[in-house]
Design a protein around this ligand. Sequence first.
Ligand SMILES: [Zn+2]
Length: 401
Amino acid sequence: MAKALDDYEFKKILRFLKGIRGQGTELISIYIPPDYNMAELANKLRAEYSQASNIKSKQTRKNVLGAIERILQAIKGIPKPPEKGVAIFCGNIATQPGASDIKLFIVHPPKPIPVQIYRCDSTFFLDPLLEMLEPDEVYGILLVDRKEATLAYLKGKRIEIIQHRDSFVPSKHRAGGQSSVRFERLIEIAANEWFKKIGDMANQYFSDSKVKGVIVGGPGPTKHYFLDGDYLNYMVKKKIVGIVDTSYTDEFGVREVLEKSGEIMKELSVVKEKNLMDRFIKEASIGGLATYGEKEVRDALLEGKVDTLLISEKLTWERVKYKCPQCGYEEMVTIKGEIPRKTCQKCGAIMQVVEEQDLIEELAKLADETGAKVELISTDTVEGKQFYETFGGIGALLRYK
Ligand SMILES: [Zn+2]
């Protein structure tokens, strides 16, 4: 399955679960790591069940007990956890006070679940799954001035300090005002040695292909002087995605970079999206290797002509299949919003909805079957907005016409 589609479906269920509020502390979240003993989990749940019998509120007690029963039932069908473990969410999702509608959701995570968790709260506990949405990419952070330097990796939102070094470069403004030409020359030689050492370290750690970008920081102009010099190799220089001012060159400085890096990362994905959109709009406007519109794109997908499927994240359309219970006549329609009632064209009977699918998922699956790439386009950029408003949010870059 295409990764973009997996991510999309995963995000969709998370968004849905995030929106659910319990009427009391009655929503249960369970995380089961791979290789976890299911019999042990059942025991734990039975213990939670007897604890829950003490809950004061009658309504909450009823819902919690009901949810635990549902979970116990569900895990009977799971003799051992799947490869990456599994997360189960269960509770009363009815929005009307006093009403009860206990639902159970099983979520297969994109990454292994690290630790077993049981939570009962007024919301579902989603943090471990939300963390899995963090990118795998590693960024390098280099902070440098004349006194010290720090190298770190940025993995998602996590910082890993690689090295911290203090220099022995004397200060230019030495007490006593001694400032002969010879003394300044010595300082510059020491500074050059220092920058060389830091450059070598950065080259060693950041040349690795897993490092997707490098951010350079530090106070004042020293970092620019360092970058203009020949201290970093071509590979690492090419990876520089941002230069930021920080007050510190130690771990505090790394945290400053992290605070500012959100913007840089966002810009990176924005740039990628802008480029994609520029290409699409240019091709579409000259009648080149691009097409748009639901029918046109679906046809192109079915013919295997699509190189990259472009879909606006803002699309909330559904593909709905109606079937006539009397004569069997079927119809597929794309619907935005509420699903309307439909009468059969052939015999006039009221048709039944027999299938509902998110339009994005339907098209992404078609793309996947023909080896086309799928790119979800945000509406954060001018081009992304234009794509949604002018081109209807469905487009494709074609392999051929
Ligand atoms: Zn009919």
